[in-house]
Write a protein that binds this ligand. Structure first.
Ligand code: FES
Ligand code: FES
Length: 896
């Protein structure tokens, strides 16, 4: 039998020549710090050292390690943390942490090479980018990674201890953090899902007998809905649990289906044709998914077109009529265009995963979820169980971005199989499933017309948006334009275009980035036509005080003041500067509560929220620590468990605004209880510092529940929906009633200024620098907020320049279902990003803080497009802005 040495110990290797090193490391040796993401050598998450050289263990046959030495992240800094690990912690070079072990392994190898050759010289950004270019981070923690690697190489962390700004950073840089995909129970089975290979069919029979007959298969269940209809390629049909994945895959391949094909239609253009096959008839419309974070309002639904949802229009007829007249009169100020944005995939590095285990009538499910508490409720309802019999756990979550907010097929299948098999079952999606059936930001076609008045005011706006929602509804893009630039008249109409594609899902600021891509370019065009500075025009048209302060900041930036006016440049490389605004709703979750306790002299804060990388643990720890004058790491934060007091889901940027106020209330009550107790004791006395009082305190606890804000929340008269009048009030009421979400007063805002360089020969766009100004109130965890802000920009760069899901228009198969074909930004695509926080504007919220995750990504794509227009004089109206599109646009202009 051959062996390898792993982290200094000998380990046997399987004889199976197909066995991959990553599986031996993770499943055989339980060294789960090494992560499996792409499985194809693209992302670097599985990187280990083989005789000191970084390799992708997902590509390496295990036998290739025979006689060699393997080092995983667990073997790095085993006794003492490596300087690279300390630097990652100190510079907050991580968010969800799922990519972190791979980066750490690669960066330590680079560090050793660099040190040997260059001593403590500082490597350049380009050198670090080149060394780490085989690694991907979907959270976009690249800015911190650059800084961390440079500082480590420069010797700044040699022998120095660090206190990281993110409380769980130590677990993430050492590989100790456990994600759902890392959970192993005794006797655990592997579950695999059989999916539809056709876009539309009625499945009349599912014969599971051949699967059940395969040795090693313990359970097989049908996952078909009551009507037996599959409406997209990848729709779940059945699931199998077996002793290993290989057996489970063989079993699902043996299942026999009997089906009736049904006519299918794929995509935005075909689904709108009058003779297109209908995806949902009247009786099945409730089966459609939801692409938004809240409940949708009523809208007409004809064929595959649902809409217009025009609730946020205001004098729509007038808007149409004024724009029609301006068109007839060939008013040079009227700007009309059609913008198209591509489908963006969430691409969480931790795939959707669930591990279900029954113990008697109790069910525990580890799930990679954004909503532990809510998910437990949904499971209890679906499986007709008492809420207290269901427990959902998510210690660490490797990214979500909106795609893990509800009860997904992975969880349903794991529970069904665990019940049938009477054994724990794990279901983990592979990358093909992850990039095809877990949701996406729908592509959109947006027709916009914007008319300034001769006096320079915004007179009329019409905005019709068609979203390519697949088997889902409830998109809002145009409607969001109600939140900015008041006009005399606005027609804002949203349509869902339903087709036989997997359902879209909420994705970081649902509707926001595509809406801004169109609207912010239209405003830029108006500025050009009016010969007004684009920031000054925004300041003239935009009444929001948060953004008006950000406009002043942007006007003062050197890159803005020194920009060249107009695209008068010649030569191959041309530079331009663009600006755009972002806006989002301030949302919080009523009922959010927290317990803060002293246990054994230590402060413990507990709530059933979860940390998907945005930093909820740290926000809570900082809030408690600040109040007691101690260090955040002295506070133990318990989250990620539905048994804890009800906490908020991580969606709609709601966690910070939902957890800080109840934490402050609980802290207040706890302090009073500690002081009362101290008065009864001879020492230390109630006037002693908190650290002493805590050490002497008996175990005590206090609860806080999220109070209302001091300014009314919708439905109320002072919310950002006030301009939408009665409809706004109804919308606010529906969000609260059906989604348990409150819309608060004030608008989280952002303004971004971007500089680009365009290669006019090859069409390549390089983002040189980004300045992002953000107004979300007081910043509760500065290093983490900065990381969120830069990561949001990087996702926006991907949206603008690289990302597009492609589907086969005939079959409905997703073609970009691996990470080579679906391109997300890498470290070398990352420009320098300057973050400016404006901390005013939310004093009516206890603690003064609201969420950042969504508003920070909204303006990036239009700011880039506006910068490209500034550089080359051509407006790009379609994402991704690929080199081919740039070259075509330049050629079209030359030919004109
Ligand atoms: Fe191996 Fe992505 S999992 S490179
Ligand atoms: Fe890199 Fe989340 S921190 S993927």
């Amino acid at each position: 039998m051959s062996t390898m040495t792993i982290n200094g110990k000998s380990a046997a290797l399987p004889e199976d020549r197909d066995a991959l090193l990553v599986d031996v490391i993770r499943d055989g040796l339980d060294l789960t710090g090494t992560k499996l993401v792409c499985g194809s050598g693209v992302c670097g998450a599985c990187t280990v050292l083989l005789d000191g050289v970084p390799v992708a263990s997902c590509l390496l046959p295990a036998q290739a390690a025979a006689g060699k030495s393997v080092t995983t992240v667990e073997g790095i800094g085993e006794a003492n943390l490596h300087p690279v690990q300390k630097a990652f912690m100190a510079h907050d070079a991580l968010q969800c942490g799922f990519c972190t072990p791979g980066f750490i392994v690669e960066a330590t190898a680079f560090f050793e090479r660099w040190r040997a050759a260059n001593g403590i010289a500082v490597p350049s950004r380009e050198e670090i980018g080149a060394a780490l270019s085989g690694h991907l981070c979907r959270c976009g923690a690249y800015e911190g990674i650059f800084n961390a690697v440079a500082a480590a190489c420069a010797g700044q962390f040699d022998g120095r201890d660090v206190q990281p700004p993110r409380v769980e950073a130590g677990a993430k840089v050492t590989g100790a953090a456990k994600y759902t995909v890392d959970i192993r129970h005794d006797g655990q089975l592997e579950g695999v899902i059989l999916r539809s290979n056709v876009a539309h069919a009625e499945i009349t029979n599912v014969d599971l007998a051949p699967a059940r007959a395969i040795p090693g298969v313990i359970a097989a269940v049908s996952l078909l809905g009551d009507d037996g209809v599959v409406r997209f390629v990848g729709a779940p049909v059945a699931a199998v649990a077996a002793r290993d994945r290989k057996t489970a895959l063989a079993a699902i391949a043996s299942i026999r289906l009997t089906s009736q094909p049904m006519p299918a239609v794929v995509g935005l253009d075909d689904a709108r044709k009058p003779d297109a096959p209908v995806v949902f008839d009247k009786s099945s419309r409730k089966k459609a998914g939801n692409v938004s974070e809240g409940a949708g309002g009523p809208a007409p639904w004809k064929g595959n077109l649902r809409g217009p949802s025009a609730a946020f229009s205001q004098k729509a007829k007038k808007a149409r009529s004024w724009i029609g007249s301006a068109r007839d009169a060939q008013d040079p100020l009227l700007f009309e265009a059609t913008f198209r944005t591509a489908t963006q995939q969430h691409t969480c590095l931790e795939p959707h995963a669930a591990v279900a285990r029954f113990e008697g009538d109790r069910l525990t499910v580890h799930v990679s979820t954004q909503a532990v508490f809510h998910l437990a409720e949904l499971i209890a309802k679906r499986f007709a169980m008492a809420h207290d019999k269901v427990r959902v756990i998510a210690d660490h979550v490797g990214g979500g971005f909106g795609s893990k907010a509800s009860l997904g097929t992975e969880t349903i299948a794991a529970i069904e199989l665990a019940r049938a098999a009477k054994a724990p079952v794990r279901v983990v999606f592979d990358r093909h499933e992850e990039l095809s059936v877990t949701g996406y930001r729908p592509a959109a076609e947006m027709q916009i017309a914007l008319l300034p008045s001769p006096e320079g005011a915004l007179k009329a706006l019409t905005f019709n948006a068609y979203a390519d929602t697949g088997a889902a509804t409830n998109s809002t893009l145009a409607g969001l334009a109600r939140l900015i630039y008041p006009a005399e008249a606005k027609e804002l109409s949203d349509f869902d275009v339903i087709s036989n594609l997997p359902p879209g899902a909420p994705f970081r600021g649902p509707g926001g980035p595509p809406m801004a891509f169109a609207l912010e370019q239209a405003v830029d065009e108006a500025a050009l036509r009016m010969k007004v500075d684009p920031i000054s025009l925004r300041k003239r048209w935009d009444t929001n005080p948060n953004r008006r302060r950000l406009y002043d900041w942007a006007l003062g930036l050197d890159v803005w003041r020194n920009r060249k006016n107009g695209p008068a440049q010649t030569g191959r490389y041309r530079r331009g500067v663009g600006v755009a605004s972002g806006y989002w709703l301030y949302i919080w979750q009523p009922g959010s509560s927290i317990e803060v306790a002293v246990k054994g002299g230590r402060l413990v804060a507990s709530t059933s929220t979860q940390d998907i990388g945005q930093g909820s643990r740290t926000v809570i720890a900082n809030t408690v620590a600040d109040a007691f004058g101690i260090e955040p790491h002295e506070v133990e934060v318990r989250i990620g468990d539905s048994r804890l007091p009800e906490g908020p889901g991580a969606g709609g940027s709601r966690v910070t605004a939902s957890v800080i106020p109840p934490t402050l209330i609980a802290v207040q009550k706890l302090k009073a209880a500690i002081e009362r107790s101290a008065k009864r004791m001879p020492a230390p006395g109630s006037n002693a510092p908190w650290r002493e009082l805590l050490a002497a305190s008996p175990d005590l606890s206090a609860n806080g529940v999220r109070p209302e804000d001091s300014k009314p929340t919708a439905p109320g008269v002072r919310s950002p929906l006030r301009d939408a009048g009665f409809i706004g009030i109804i919308f606010g009421w529906m969000m609260r009633r059906f989604s348990n979400l409150a819309i608060g007063a004030g608008v989280p805002s952002s303004v971004q200024v971007v500089e680009v360089e365009v290669d006019t020969w090859l069409g390549h766009v390089r983002v040189l620098g980004v300045h992002t100004g953000i107004a979300v109130g007081r910043i509760a965890a500065p290093a983490l907020a900065r990381s969120q802000a830069t990561g949001s920009v990087i996702q926006g760069i991907g949206y603008a320049l690289y990302e597009a899901r492609e589907t086969d228009a005939k079959s409905g198969h997703v073609l970009t279902s691996n990470m080579e074909d679906y391109r997300i930004p890498g470290i070398a695509d990352t420009p320098e990003i300057d973050v400016h926080f404006d901390e005013a504007g939310f004093d009516h919220v206890m603690g003064g803080s609201v969420g950042i995750g969504e508003v920070a990504t909204v303006p990036t794509s239009p700011a880039i497009a506006n910068a490209i227009r500034d550089a080359i004089g051509v407006r790009l109206t379609e994402t991704p802005i690929t080199p081919a599109r740039i070259v075509a646009a330049l050629n079209a202009r030359s030919a004109a």
